[in-house]
Design a binder for this molecule. Structure first.
Ligand code: TXA
Ligand code: MG
Length: 310
């Protein structure tokens, strides 16, 4: 992808003025603001209609800049040198003299940090003398955005500027790992747990919190395309869109392919765009074929199960 320096300059200027700018990352687009500014962080929550108690991920250029704000440990350093920049977010302890806005962290003593890999956003982060607080660039509880067009559709002119970066190459959010004590996965994402395990050479806890979602009072809509989604479907109904991951001999008008050859990376990359596309089509419900629950398939199933809690 060609880097348009004029666009990066424009984003830089707006961010210095504490405005919000949508930025491309390899996972999904982010809605970014100066992480050291209460004002900029407040604007992010307002634009997304995000509950104030849901803290933001802080995006850094590199370890040197991060170490001013939070304390790192040996597990972090191992994962950083292997996977960063890349689709992994770490929960760390904040330093006492950290400059990160308390609005971004919801006054917690911990913070979520990540080093995005997208070259345009890396170029921008390098220029800025503050990190960027950025949740995914979608209205709260809706499907994340993987192109600038998605962001434009969701926010219209409410966002001052969308930095163009093409389609996100991974297409699904970062994996979140809490590294304060025993490593614990908090959100499945673009980096597979098995890769993390290899580097840390130990078991990693992952508590699947999906059951909680269906318990009374904790029902959480997330990644919702806005129409019903049915999972593990062998035979779709005529009037519903059917998501497939492998080519069928006989094609039907309601078939939508996330991949034609079972490629889970491709499925992840196409998932959110496809959900958005179907929402705009004549179909008013979605059924999905069974997705193997291995590697990235676990992340894909996690998102689909949440999307199905409509
Ligand atoms: O791939 C990504 O991570 C994208 C791109 C834009 O970087 N960002 C993203 O942000 O997915 P968001 O806001 O949609 O999800 C951030 C998640 C939330 O579930 C939030 O609760 C969690 O991170 N989080 C933030 N701070 C935390 C903390 N201190 N402890 C535990 N979880 C935290
Ligand atoms: Mg999000």
């Amino acid at each position: 992808m060609k880097i348009n320096l004029a666009n990066i300059k424009k984003a830089e200027k707006l961010l210095i003025k504490r405005e919000c700018v949508a930025i491309p990352t390899e996972t999904v687009y982010g809605l970014a603001g100066n992480a050291y500014s209460n004002l900029a962080c407040k604007k992010i929550y307002k634009l997304k209609n995000r509950p104030k108690n849901n803290p933001l991920i802080i995006h850094y250029y590199d370890l040197e800049r991060l170490s001013k704000d939070c304390s790192v440990n040996s597990n972090f350093l191992k994962l950083y040198s292997k996977f960063c920049p890349g689709p992994i977010t770490f929960i760390l302890n904040l330093n006492k003299n950290s400059k990160i806005s308390k609005i971004a962290t919801n006054k917690k003593k911990t913070v979520a940090v990540r080093f995005p890999k997208h070259p345009i956003t890396r170029n921008l982060l390098k220029k800025l003398n503050f990190p960027l607080a950025a949740p995914s660039a979608n209205p709260s509880s809706k499907v994340s955005a993987v192109t600038s067009k998605d962001v434009k559709e969701d926010f219209g002119d409410k966002i001052k500027f969308i930095l163009e970066g093409g389609k996100s190459s991974i297409g699904i959010e970062s994996t979140i790992i809490d590294l304060r004590n025993k490593p614990k996965i908090l959100r499945l994402g673009g980096l597979e747990i098995s890769s993390i395990k290899k580097v840390l050479d130990r078991r990693i806890n992952y508590v699947n919190n999906l059951n909680k979602i269906t318990s009374p009072g904790q029902f959480k809509l997330h990644y919702s395309p806005g129409i019903p989604v049915r999972l593990n479907v062998k035979k779709p109904k005529k009037n519903e869109a059917y998501l497939l991951i492998k080519r069928r001999k006989k094609n039907k008008p309601n078939f939508y392919y996330l991949s034609k050859n079972n490629d889970l990376k491709e499925v992840a990359k196409n998932l959110y765009g496809m959900l958005r596309k179907i929402k705009k089509s004549k179909y008013r419900s979605i059924s999905v074929t069974k997705i193997p629950n291995t590697g990235l398939g676990k992340t894909i199933n996690d998102r689909l199960i949440r999307a199905s809690k409509f």
